[in-house]
Design a binder for this molecule. Structure first.
Ligand SMILES: Nc1ncnc2c1ncn2[C@@H]1O[C@H](COP(=O)(O)OP(=O)(O)O[C@H]2O[C@H](CO)[C@@H](O)[C@H](O)[C@H]2O)[C@@H](O)[C@H]1O
Length: 488
């Protein structure tokens, strides 16, 4: 099957959060399973620092009165073709910035529709979050192209209808008061990234005002648990670690702890309980809850804490102040750094994720893969991926609490600290986490099932697109205007 992923992020090239992880990993697995999957993403100004991109575009088009060019590269270490949407509005050094984000990504989505209509015609366009949310609307009247829309984060819903009306083509049949709502209505299938979150978003507590619509479309929606890129994130081979290890050689892991402590300015102390967080500093991640208890936790224990993240200025300042109160015991790194993130997963004893809501969560799975025990609030995908530690029966993979209450988080962290004292049990807990299968294999099969469920309704796909070498030749020619083009 021919599938075009359309997304704002794809790891390791452009990643701000977990959506990048998914778009960087899932296409590779689907391709291994025999599907022709390709990725369409903006040509960000920083990409030439990371991969070789040919100077000549393979195609040129127009959308929303803007000329654009498409360049072709490949996802690193893979044979997944990567189409890069070249337009000056994306030439900056950041993925997300500025007030024109709504316009910029709507243009991106419109260009993706043009691309699918006129250059490489897939059977399925797999859209990710609001950035590509208008695609299911525009492609609704193209019967041989079906759409799957994946919700990674319901909190960001994209431009509102009144604004879309001003900047782009909103067809007569379009319904939905913003991009996300329209995508949910028009996609052939809607997926979200864990079974528990798929149920939660039908309630007013988690539905972000779309709970009614999401309940209404529940016949075409499903929760499919994310996986992780087990090749890239492998403590046995990860070149960013001070010392490689696996579940059988956990005795080597403390070298990472000590080296991390040195690197980030903590007192070097193998025995201290080191808790880490790698996160976007936003309300979703429960930073306010953590801030309510961290002072006391540091005061009453000899634990250490490291935070790696950027985001909300208020949280950044509060974390910074915490670090200044506990010099040598709290380290706050207000930056985005993939290598340091890996060293935190490999060096910390526990990983804190007290999320207010969590569609799936990639970080807790990465933490477990690196022998770092998760402390999580039981919400969304955290329920589906972390289970209660029961030392007597040797079950479970982490420490969990239910209510979004400071006391509950505090007592959960104290339990983890106590558990850490019993080294043999702790080691078994780490090993159970490391041996979990969080690879994309099972989830990729579920996505294939979703694609196959909608595919029989479509007419047979058009004749195969030209081979890649031929596509390059086509690039040299001027694009021909084609029927069915709907850009403005
Ligand atoms: N400062 C920093 N430096 C380096 N790396 C950093 C970093 N901050 C975050 N990261 C990395 O970004 C990723 C975060 O992924 P998550 O899935 O945990 O959350 P996110 O909310 O971004 O994703 C959303 O989409 C994903 C994918 O569907 C869902 O799992 C999730 O619940 C949803 O909120 C991890 O790979 C983490 O290591």
């Amino acid at each position: 099957m021919k599938i075009l992923f359309v997304a704002a992020e794809a790891a390791p090239l452009a990643k701000v959060g977990g959506m990048g992880d998914v778009v960087g990993a899932l296409p590779k697995v689907l391709r291994k399973k025999g599907h022709d999957v390709r990725v369409f993403m903006p040509y960000y100004g920083f990409l030439p620092d990371k991969i070789d991109i040919p100077e000549e575009p393979i195609w040129k088009g127009t959308a929303m009165f803007q000329d654009f060019e498409i360049y072709q590269a490949f996802l690193p270490k893979s044979d997944v073709p990567l189409y890069l949407f070249g337009h000056p509005s994306f030439s900056g050094r950041n993925v997300y910035f500025g007030d024109d984000e709504g316009w910029r990504f709507t243009l991106f989505a419109n260009a993706a529709a043009e691309f699918a209509w006129n250059f490489w015609r897939p059977s399925i366009v797999h859209c990710h979050d609001w950035h590509s949310g208008m695609l299911p609307v525009w492609l609704n009247e193209t019967p041989d192209i079906n759409t799957v829309f994946t919700i990674h984060n319901l909190a960001y819903q994209g431009p509102w209808r009144w604004y879309l009306d001003q900047i782009t083509w909103c067809p007569w049949y379009m319904e939905g008061h913003n991009t996300m709502a329209a995508a949910v209505q028009f996609a052939n299938k809607v997926t979200t990234v864990s079974p528990t979150y798929a149920e939660q978003i039908k309630t007013s507590e988690y539905g972000e005002n779309l709970e009614g619509l999401l309940s209404y479309v529940s016949g075409k929606s499903i929760g499919i648990l994310n996986g992780i890129d087990t090749e890239s994130y492998n403590p046995q081979t990860d070149r960013y670690l001070y010392q490689n290890f696996n579940a059988e050689t956990l005795d080597k892991r403390p070298i990472n702890k000590v080296s991390l402590q040195e690197e980030i300015g903590l007192e070097v102390n193998k025995g201290a309980f080191l808790v880490g967080m790698v996160t976007r500093l936003v309300e979703q991640k429960g930073i306010d809850l953590a801030l309510q208890i961290l002072d006391r936790f540091m005061a009453y224990t000899d634990a250490q804490f490291v935070l790696l993240g950027t985001g909300d200025r208020y949280y950044e300042t509060q974390m910074w102040e915490l670090a200044s109160r506990y010099r040598g015991r709290v380290s706050v790194q207000l930056l985005y750094n993939d290598a340091l993130a890996r060293r935190i997963y490999a060096g910390c004893d526990a990983f804190l994720m007290p999320s207010r809501f969590e569609p799936c969560g990639i970080s807790q799975m990465l933490a477990m893969r690196y022998g770092c025990v998760p402390i999580v609030r039981r919400t969304g995908g955290l329920v589906d991926t972390v289970s209660f530690h029961d030392p007597m029966r040797e079950l479970g993979t982490g420490y969990c609490f239910d209510r979004y209450e400071p006391l509950d988080l505090f007592s959960c962290m104290i339990k983890a600290l106590e558990g850490f004292r019993y080294k043999e049990y702790w080691k078994k807990l780490q090993q159970r986490g490391m041996r979990q299968n969080y690879s994309w294999d099972l989830s990729a099969d579920q996505y294939i099932k979703v694609y196959e469920e909608i595919f029989p309704d479509a007419p047979p796909p058009p004749p195969p697109a030209p081979k890649l070498e031929e596509e390059t030749k086509i690039a040299a020619e001027e694009p021909k205007p084609s029927a069915g083009s709907t850009s403005l």
